[in-house]
Write a protein that binds this ligand. Structure first.
Ligand code: ADP
Length: 397
């Protein structure tokens, strides 16, 4: 029987979906994907075929404040009409925070929803938006199994030291610790690498997820042992608009000396900094690489420098390095950034093949490079679809 698996990835102003069709033990196949965006401003629904052709598009110019629920219902109705002879079997959701306890995807129950609700203070900008579509879908399809896939889960294998801040126990005991994010992407890459090169996957690997959100992860023998993101997704590398790691004293200075409100500081750290803040030009790496503005070049330089330092730090956390993997928008498509980053990592034994790098080849290291360098496209939605199917199978066994 052909089974439909719906994957939902919801944010503050958009709900993205992917519909997969799964048959027997074959890998799930993407059938269509799309999103509702501009929620509360100018709602817009668009759905595309796997290779990008537009299947449906809809706007509601007379109803800019159309409810979340009504938009969600429109989206679900459209998706269900696409199922053909397949039956919708389950939905998988990206949930940013699974706290300390959840290291695996889980079937959604009332009890789990209560627990996930309790984690909202740890990710107030994301968690409520991840939970809303689970509730909305429960209303429309009370019996449809739903699976929560956590962005923090893959990092629960980190040792205590990698998860800890040097804060008093009373505060760390409340959950103020390093969780790490982008876990679904890293897990997908770890699985892909296992298929492409089992020997490499058994070694010490650093994955650079360089998108508009950017982080890095040290994976030793397939398990995450350290990552650059911590309590929130603002730690680590500078990103499109986020600062990345910064002396916590700067936050105190902004609050105490400049009289900024917590909301203003949040806006500064999350939305006005990173590549955008440093360049004053754009948060888009393509624009920065083409710009002749000196500040644009400096933003790129700072991004690359910080990746270089984190490479050293993560290699130290593992006590060695066998491979580097580049992924996400910048990692998959920018030979220039990969070349610059690898230039900083020559001391670690990294040497790339310029020709392979220019062509976005899968393996871009020179034949005699002690550290192999890979470019592997990530697919968080596929990871969620696979997890959802696995949870469903366990349920049926
Ligand atoms: P998101 O985190 O939004 O999913 P992506 O993984 O799609 O982000 O990455 C978005 C980033 O990738 C943007 O900064 C964009 O400029 C960058 N990017 C996309 N294509 C290229 C390219 N060819 N060269 C350099 N950067 C690119």
């Amino acid at each position: 029987m052909r089974e439909g698996i719906l994957v939902i990835n919801a944010g503050s102003s958009s709900i993205k979906f992917s519909l997969y069709i799964s048959e027997g033990n074959e890998p799930p196949l993407l059938s269509c994907k799309g999103q509702v965006e501009g929620i509360n401003v100018a709602p817009h629904f668009i759905a595309k075929a796997p290779h990008g052709g537009v299947l449906n598009e809809q706007r509601w110019p007379d109803q800019p404040n159309m409810s979340h629920e009504a938009l969600f219902k429109y989206m679900i109705d459209w998706i269900e009409a696409q199922l053909g002879d397949a039956e919708l079997k389950a939905a998988g959701h990206r949930v940013v925070h699974g706290g300390s306890q959840y290291s695996q995807p889980l079937l959604v129950t009332d009890e789990l929803m209560e627990e996930l609700e309790r984690l909202v203070p740890l990710a107030p900008l994301h968690q409520p938006h991840n939970l809303a579509p689970i509730r909305a879908l429960t209303k429309v399809h009370p019996d449809l199994p739903q699976v929560a896939c956590f962005d923090t889960a893959f990092h629960r294998s980190n040792p205590w030291t990698a998860q800890s801040f040097a804060l008093p126990r009373k505060i760390t005991g409340e959950g103020v610790k390093r969780y790490g994010f982008h876990g679904l992407s890293y897990e997908y890459i770890a699985r892909q690498l296992r298929k492409l090169s089992p020997a490499t996957a058994r070694g010490k690997v650093i994955v650079c997820h360089l998108g508009s959100g950017a982080s890095m992860c040290a994976i030793d023998g397939g398990k995450s042992v350290a990552s650059t993101m911590g309590f929130t997704a603002v730690e680590g590398l500078p990103m499109g608009t986020r600062t990345g790691s910064m002396d916590a004293g700067v936050v105190l200075y902004l609050l105490q000396q400049k009289g900024m409100t917590p909301k203003e500081v949040e806006d500064l750290l999350y939305k006005q900094s990173g590549l955008l803040g440093v360049s004053g030009v754009s948060n888009d790496m393509r624009i920065l690489l083409e710009s002749s503005e000196p500040h644009a070049a400096e933003a790129v330089e700072l991004f690359v420098y910080r990746i270089g330092r984190e490479l050293g730090s993560l290699a130290a956390a593992m006590g060695g390095l066998d491979a580097i993997v580049f992924t996400a928008g910048i990692g998959e498509r920018s030979p220039q950034i990969r070349e610059k980053v690898c230039g900083h990592a020559e001391w670690l034994g990294v040497e790339i093949d310029d020709e392979a790098n220019r062509h976005d080849a899968m393996l871009i290291s020179a034949a005699d490079s002690p550290v192999s360098v890979w470019v592997i496209p990530t697919d968080e939605e596929m990871m969620i679809a696979k997890h959802t199917r696995e949870v469903l199978r366990n349920l049926q066994d």
